[in-house]
Design a protein around this ligand. Structure first.
Ligand code: GLU
Length: 510
């Protein structure tokens, strides 16, 4: 029986979650669900200098908002706990020691000053690489150059050391990427990376390989920016566990700036006025807030959909996919090799389409909050549902429910007089006075009856229906926008309709 599909998202808790990160989560998730596998979230926090307070919780909140629930994680537990690498610290050393025993790694005692001196020397010599590698390792302070007893003495006396991988020069490392196909890395470009730091903490390189092995990861999908690290990981797999045990890899293409020039960064979002993070992120030190898709009024369904098609499609023209459809149709081999340009207008289009399909009941609370924040309270739930249904076709972001729907709750405080004035004359005044009187008598307050009366009087008075409709709309809404006019009148009710017309008549009388 084939091994169970087990994929992992392995974030480092260093700040807000970039949309590229969420797309990595999504592709992992889709693959796991498609093949009835497990989706694991492992927190890679071994670099304590980059650890940021609140970042881990924020990542899980984002996943929760997106509905991408892990099967195993720090929060969800699981058979391979702990899922936070700092808590697994004691488990890594034995692998580093094993590599030393095998001759694939070595102790290095070089101080920061010595490393700096080495780089200076290489610079002066005009070397185009300043790396710690096979060119220079035999001139450095490490167990390859020292005698075993010298090495032991240094360790025994408590001299700080790191453990470095020993990369052999002039070797080609073949590699198959599920998106890029067959590739090859040249070991001459790979340096002797630190695997275990002086404080006993593993570096990312060692930890990622050990944990992917211990957690039985079958497929590892991550951003393209990790491709240069792949040769180190492949060598570690080869030396520690065997290449036949290595997960299948896929390096996902970058999400590019709108003009296609390089990776989309948070700074591009700030500069061009769109979000790049999934949710609002507050920097714990500066308290600076970076806007997120969620708070700007994106639906998770839309966010997921727009991310899925950044670099993937199912080979048809279809653009709108629910999560269930994505699970069914997703295939990692169909992910494009090239980067995908981010287009905010297109992102909003996705949201607009998903708002049209919105499950009103699920969003009432959120929309109510938006109204409340604008000072509209005492909202009746079923009335809100009716209004949301009427205006949803006109909304791009969730706060648009307020701008598109406020007049259903509040009489317009001022109205677009400029549009009405050129059309206003005594005949219009007479028309609206008659309309008011007849509407007062109307018993069944329904759009169709209101419309019938409205049109009958227009025919009697020989007035243009279009103009009259525009005027009534401005009276009821405040401007020329909104859904069907007579539906508006029916929804706001008889009293409000009459009051608004009466008020407008007074304004024009004055
Ligand atoms: N911890 C790495 C990151 O922060 C994960 C890279 C990987 O998935 O191997 O993105």
């Amino acid at each position: 029986m084939a091994n169970k599909v087990r994929v992992r998202f392995a974030p480092s808790p260093t700040g807000g979650l970039h949309l590229g990160g969420v797309r990595t989560v999504l592709f992992n998730y889709l693959y796991a669900k498609k093949y009835h596998g497990d989706f694991i979230v492992r927190v890679e926090d071994t670099d304590q200098t980059r650890w940021v307070d609140g970042a881990e919780k924020y990542i899980f909140d984002c996943l929760d908002w997106c509905g991408l629930v892990p099967d195993e994680s720090v929060l969800h537990g699981g058979p391979y706990a702990p899922y936070r690498q700092s808590e697994r610290k004691p488990s890594y050393r034995q692998y580093a020691e094993q590599l030393i025993q095998q001759g694939n790694a070595y102790y290095a005692f070089d101080t920061a000053a010595e490393l700096e001196a080495m780089r200076e020397k290489l610079k002066t010599a005009g070397s185009n690489s300043l790396q710690y590698d096979h060119h220079i390792r035999m001139s450095m302070n490490n167990s390859l150059r020292l005698l075993p007893e010298e090495t032991n003495a240094l360790i025994d006396s408590g001299t700080p050391y790191v453990i470095r991988i020993k990369v052999n020069p002039n070797e080609l490392i073949p590699f198959t990427d599920m998106i890029r196909g067959e590739m090859e890395f040249d070991t001459n470009t790979v340096d002797d990376k630190v695997l275990l730091k002086a404080d006993g903490m593993p570096t990312y390189h060692l930890a990622v390989v050990v944990d992917d092995h211990l957690m039985k990861i079958s497929h590892a999908f991550r951003g393209e920016e990790w491709l240069p690290s792949a040769p180190v990981h492949i060598l570690l797999w080869k030396y520690l566990f065997g290449l036949d045990k290595m997960p299948n890899w896929a390096h996902l293409p970058l999400i590019l700036k709108p003009d296609g020039n390089g990776k989309l960064s948070k700074r591009d979002g700030d500069r061009l006025g769109f979000p790049v993070y999934a949710m609002d992120w507050t920097d714990p030190i500066s308290r600076e807030i970076t806007k997120g898709f969620k708070e700007l009024g994106f639906l998770p369904e839309a966010f997921i959909n727009l991310l899925a098609v950044l670099g993937w499609n199912d080979g048809t023209e279809q653009e709108l996919f629910s999560l269930e459809e994505l699970i069914e149709k997703f295939s990692i081999e169909k992910v494009h090799k090239g980067g995908a340009k981010f287009d905010y207008e297109k992102a909003k289009w996705f949201n607009q389409e998903w708002i049209k399909k919105l499950d009103i009941e699920n969003y009432k609370e959120r929309v109510k909050e938006i109204f409340l924040s604008k000072g509209i309270s005492n909202i009746d739930d079923s009335y809100l549902g009716v209004v949301m249904n009427l205006v949803k076709e006109r909304c791009t972001l969730l706060p648009d429910f307020y701008t598109q729907g406020v007049f259903f709750f509040d009489s317009p405080s001022n109205f677009d007089e400029a549009s009405v004035k050129p059309k206003w004359d005594d005949s219009k005044k007479e028309y609206f006075t008659i309309l008011m009187n007849q509407l007062k008598q109307l018993e069944s307050w329904e759009a169709i009856s209101i419309e019938t009366i409205f049109k009958e009087i227009a025919t009697e008075k020989n007035s243009k229906v279009g103009e009259l409709q525009m005027i009534l709309r401005v009276f009821l809404v405040g401007s020329k926008m909104g859904p069907g006019l007579f539906i508006i009148a029916e929804t706001i009710g008889k009293l409000n309709t009459l009051e608004r017309i009466e008020y407008a008549l007074k304004v024009f009388e004055a």
